[in-house]
Design a protein around this ligand. Sequence first.
Ligand code: BTN
Length: 251
Amino acid sequence: DEKKLTSAINQRCFYFDEISSTNAFFLKNVDELNSGDICVTEYQSAGRGRRGRTWVSPYGCHLYCSMYWNLSQGMAQAAGLSLVVACSLVKTLESFKIEGLGVKWPNDIYLNERKLAGVLIEMNGQADSHCHLVIGIGINVSMSEAQGEKIDQPWSDLSLQNPSLNKTDLMVALQKQLHQDLIEFESHGMKVFLPRWQEIDIFYGKEVKLLMGENQVLGICRGIDETGAILLDTNNGLEAFVGGEISLRSA
Ligand code: BTN
């Protein structure tokens, strides 16, 4: 219908052969963007990972993209969003016949226990009125051993299971899925995504160790709550922990 058509026309794709970082580019230009706009590049000279790390971004072999979204109710509404994005990504990859996918709280995507993709959400705006979100996604599509040596953890890519995967097709499918899930998230929150997360959570029901600076907490992972906090069954009963500088390991 007419409304759908208008929203489809409103979304644009900014394609670069190379750029510093798709997230940085979108963050600089938030006032010009419409929800659903995408930025894609073949190479990032300063790809950003979570916690100030670098996202290794060699030319031509992977997918580096960002989507812009304007959240009408401010930053507080963004709680748990990274988990929703991880769910969208897994669903999209499954439609390309990739098997063995899983998520690790808060937003790492694993393929057979090795990191396949990452999500970095950056935002700017107010706590309670509208806020600009830039959702960055990096997916390892086809990594050479030499490139992989620069990565500081076990990694995986899509080439083993789907050597002829077309990156443009993947980008189009991902844009559609994300767009649909973000609309769902904006109107109903995380609730609908909880059962899905539970299905693909690699630590669900397992004993884990949460590292928070000097401290650590041991517990059985019981999934997440409606704010995206992780739930652990600890000596003190069921406790919820929010993101930030926390990392999760198997115990
Ligand atoms: C992580 O550390 O797991 C998150 C990595 C996110 C990388 C993507 S690649 C496209 C977008 N632009 C960036 O600079 N980073 C994100």
